[in-house]
Unconditional design. Sequence first.
Lengths: 303, 271
Amino acid sequence: MRKEFSAAIERIAATDEKIIFITGDLGYNALENVAAIMGPRFINAGVAEQNMVGVAAGMAYKGYKVFCYSIAPFAVYRCLEQFRNDVCLHNLPVFLVGNGGGYGYGIMGSTHHAIEDLACLSGLQNVKTWIPAFADEIDPIVDRIVADGRPAYLRLGAGPKTPEGSETTGSFKKVVSSENPKGTVVALGPVAANVLKALQTSDTLGHQFDVYTAMNLPLDLPSGLGQQWADSHNLLIVEEHVSIGGLAQQLSVKLLENGLSFRQFVSLSAQGYPDGLYGDQSYHQQQSGLDSTSIQEKLAAFL
Amino acid sequence: MTSPALTTDITTLSGQLRLKVLELYNKAHAGHIGCSLSCLDMMIATLILRKQEDDTFILSKGHAAAALYVCLNHLGEITDEQLQSFYKNGTTLPAHPAPNKHKGIPFATGSLGHGFPIASGIAHANKLQGNPHAVYVLMSDGETNEGTTWEAAHYAIQQGLDNLTVLIDKNGLQGFGQTADVFGDTADVAKWKAIGFEVVEADGHDVEALLVTLDTLRLQTNGKPKVIIAHTVKGKGVSYMENRLEWHYLPMTADLYDQACSDINDRYFTA
């Protein structure tokens, strides 16, 4: 998604002189085109993320719309207080962009993972967090973030193209429809690809489930959608994020508020580092039960 | 620039605003008196007497909010009625400046180390927009312990933000001791010079001299951000508060309030 993001910024920066792009000294082989087209509006603020976000708040106060880019954990955790106090409390158009959300940086190790980022950010005042699952979602999301003109966080990963025939409603996108679903899956971010693979590679699971992605937090759950899910009796949540403060927890509140219940409610989430060992993104997904085989097992239990 | 302050002399104004600060803290039965009195004269010089309409002033040491509020009240940006709501339920004037409520308070502050990066962003924006507006940020000397101070300082130097002036209220005391004992002197003139700032050392209670310094610095466009390291006295003007750590925290008793007012009257109005 980094390539799509870079292209989106290049496109909007060419026509909107109020766009500022600040990087925390990252973007090699990805942002050179952005730097070239933006000139002085492209700023490398060095390895100083707290200052980067404070500076962005000051620029936004003066009328600019400011993207702050880094690897996801660096864009979120180090400068969390700056984002909360300087940006969100003032409802300023500063947009954090974190590359490699979840276990995206794999073997780089735990310091480079962001599996609690949404818990940290999605409860802040005025903020909207965006978690695209598919690469072609980046372009419209960037447009939306700029048009909204409020604090935002964009979590980038690696995702395929949106399945054909998908439909968006509220925070959700329906990506797989079944005639008489035996359950519903709601996935957050690029791990949705594992859900699709789980269905596509199974002889028995195909055409038995509806699949949605949750594109943003806090959730907008349209009237009637939760009931459709409840009518399918079983709900599986899949997210490359810790359970606390993530999709499953936030969705649970919405469902309970609407008086909806399920025969089975299963949450698959990032488990951190259960064996204390490290590997690539797929390894960590497997350790957390987020791989397609584990997802197949959970779905089979619904039948 | 026309200022209400020009109708009275600076010492009298300093005394009047000190009495207002004391009145606010007395009614609120609250602390942060000493640190408000130490930076008040710097704020009179900068915010009241030199800040132009489109300049920006940020009080980064948000715990001196009462000093900011009385200055903005003097400028007519905070009404008397609003000022009297200080510390009360439903106020727009809590113990640390709140966001989005008053034109003269561009940002909520209180967690230390935030004002300087924000001010750098505003100064950089002014540069990009090609406007001549100045940016002032007032910090405490203890606040310069924060790592963001040094991130923002290097950013300001790298970006050539000579439209930015940092004012450091160097009263020598911080939360739980003397700055020299706690973390060393992070408001040291040599350090700020060494990294590339235009540095001026000043008496933070000599408003006339501060005005000359501010005017001189404003004319300098050498690409260097500026810092005024101002020596001040915590609790300035109240004999029993001066240079005393406890007056960062303590509220006044009725007797101590009377004595504080008496001290101010003696020092600022009867000379």
